[in-house]
Design a protein around this ligand. Structure first.
Ligand SMILES: [Zn+2]
Length: 360
């Protein structure tokens, strides 16, 4: 599943989504993900559903039901002309069954939930519904240098995470962090890798506005650990320094701004406008071989949250796949915008890896 079919028709793809009773938090996410080129391609008939099982378990059957209802929404929205809407009734009817006895159980109740949480539910449901065990072999000779040992360690971590459950969404949405921890006693450095499908970026409480990339950098500064068990010099527990950087980036990067605090408040600091290309090169681990590839990303859409934290309203703004114009999606209402709007309501960002010709 490597080739991306271009979606060229600029007269279609404007569909709104009817609110099925406090479902704006989901509609805003659905609009954003269906503006990601590769996702549209994966969710075509005859692609995602070839990964369904012949004899699915009860659980898998429910998730396959979510995936096919979601695929139908993506396909229909892509065919809508201006002024047309899609009624996502089947999808929402299947949600309560799919979240039963899971960490997303609260999504069964009819109230306004959190868009980020809905994204994780949808992502995991489609991932599990289309996943299968795959044979991931590391096609490299055994490592002989420290650099090769690291690359091997990262490949092994990727293999351990996904070999039992691999889906087309893995390559599209998952990146990997590189954690290095330095023992302050013996200076030994240990390495760990961890897959992620969302970058969670803190929002500063102070100031008029903030830069996404500065906030991300702030989050990645070295952290002091007090009670570290060193694998080289052993007990007692030591002081250590832990740094996190990016080892591998996904094709589609989802960023959630941490606007909602644990004590139920919302931080209103405005997001400063993003440049046309956002380069993550300086956030990569120096040891990652992936840093030499394309590290620039472009914003494709955003989920906005309006009003107080406990209720309020979610909308989407997305860039059209065929004509680059920005639109606001407020349930079934769709409006053209002069440009993307940055400010205090931006909550989730959807970016895609740059695929155009290299800039001079
Ligand atoms: Zn040590």
């Amino acid at each position: 599943m490597d080739k991306i079919q271009p979606i060229a028709d600029p007269t279609k793809g404007f569909g709104g989504l009817i609110n099925m009773g406090l479902t704006c938090y989901g509609n805003a996410v659905l609009q954003n993900v269906r503006h990601l080129k590769k996702l549209v391609w994966i969710m075509e008939e005859g692609k995602y559903n070839t990964l369904f099982q012949k004899k699915p378990t009860e659980r898998r059957k429910k998730l396959e039901g979510i995936a096919s209802a979601f695929a139908e929404i993506v396909q229909l929205l892509g065919k809508c002309k201006n002024g047309q809407s899609v009624r996502p009734g089947t999808f929402w009817k299947r949600v309560p069954g799919a979240v039963e006895d899971t960490m997303y159980e609260q999504l069964a109740s009819k109230m306004c939930h959190d868009s980020h949480e809905f994204f994780l539910f949808l992502f995991e449901a489609v991932h599990e519904a289309t996943s299968q065990e795959v044979d991931m072999r590391i096609l490299r000779p055994p490592p002989t240098t420290p650099e090769e040992t690291l690359v091997h360690g990262a490949l092994k971590a990727w293999q351990d995470t996904f070999t039992k459950e691999y889906s087309p969404l893995v390559h599209m949405f998952y990146g990997m962090f590189h954690q290095r921890t330095e023992c302050q006693e013996c200076k030994n450095i240990s390495h760990r890798w961890e897959a992620f499908n969302t970058l969670k970026v803190p929002v500063p409480q102070e100031g008029e506005n903030f830069s996404l990339m500065d906030a991300l950098r702030e989050d990645m500064v070295a952290e002091d650990i007090e009670e570290y068990v060193c694998e080289a010099c052993g007990p007692p527990r030591r002081a250590a320094k832990k740094t996190v950087s990016i080892w591998r980036m996904p094709l589609a990067l989802v960023v959630t701004l941490k606007r909602f605090t644990n004590d139920g408040k919302k931080i209103h600091t405005e997001l400063a406008p993003l440049p046309a290309f956002i380069d993550f090169a300086s956030y990569f681990s120096k040891e990652s071989p992936e840093i030499v590839g394309e590290t620039r990303y472009t914003l494709r859409g955003m989920v906005d949250h309006h009003g107080p934290p406990s209720f309020g309203h979610y909308t989407a703004q997305c860039q059209h796949l065929g004509n680059d114009t920005w639109y606001t999606y407020d349930d079934e209402s769709v409006r053209e915008m002069p440009a993307a709007h940055f400010g205090s309501s931006n909550y989730m960002l959807f970016l895609e890896r740059h695929t155009g010709a290299a800039m001079a």
